[in-house]
Design a protein around this ligand. Structure first.
Ligand code: IMP
Length: 194
């Protein structure tokens, strides 16, 4: 089976993506590859950041790899925080800080439409290829659930009555931004392995 390095230090993402790629490719985390350090993500687009992260790994290992970058776009905030979702509450802020700030900024707002968008960059032999996924939903008025990570407790996807943090991972993976982008990656990898 083909091996790909997943360019992230986020253990939740590794857990999610391992489940999605089971039986298709073997995933190595940065820890398992002995790669340390902060991967830069200084672009102002999701695609740019996904490329930057994948390129960083490729330059150091010359091994096929992929990276993802995700943004939460909120209609009432003119699409913010978008590509800046990780640092929404400031440099080195926690998931909780970001959620607190979102709940504060959304206080009293009736339009709570939002979407998560993910771009995955696969780096094969040094050439990038992109896969995108999106899920629409609503920003809740308080936290619900303990699963997942990031903004999951305050995001309720359309056609569901629970937040991402109240869902089993299999359900989130079926409908989520990252799940959809990785499903496209899986289709591509299966095609080239035929
Ligand atoms: P990045 O892709 O790690 O740069 O993600 C940007 C921000 O979005 C981080 O604060 C993440 O916690 C958050 N985020 C990414 N994916 C998800 C998700 O699946 N659920 C909730 N928050 C997420």
């Amino acid at each position: 089976m083909k091996t790909l390095i997943f360019a992230t230090n986020n253990k939740h993402k590794i857990h999610e993506v391992r489940q999605l790629l089971e039986g298709v490719v073997e995933i190595k985390s940065l820890d398992e590859m002995g790669l340390a350090g902060d991967i830069p993500e200084t672009s102002d687009t999701l695609q740019g950041n996904a490329l930057q992260k994948a390129q960083w790994i490729w330059d150091r290992t010359h091994t096929d790899c992929f990276a993802d970058d995700t943004g939460l776009e909120v209609e009432a905030l003119d699409g913010r925080p978008g590509v800046y979702s990780a640092r929404y509450a400031g440099e080195h802020c926690s998931f909780d800080d970001n959620v607190d700030k979102m709940l504060r900024e959304m206080e009293g707002k009736t339009n709570r439409n939002a979407c998560f968008r993910t771009v995955v960059c696969l780096m094969e032999g040094g050439a990038p290829r992109y896969f995108e996924g999106r899920v629409d939903g609503q920003i809740l008025t308080e936290r619900y659930g303990k699963e997942g990570f990031g903004y999951d407790p305050i995001f309720m996807p359309d056609r569901f009555a629970v937040s991402f943090a109240e869902m089993p991972l299999e359900v989130k993976n079926r409908i989520s931004h990252r799940g959809k982008a990785v499903a496209k990656l899986v289709e591509y990898l299966k095609d080239i392995n035929k």
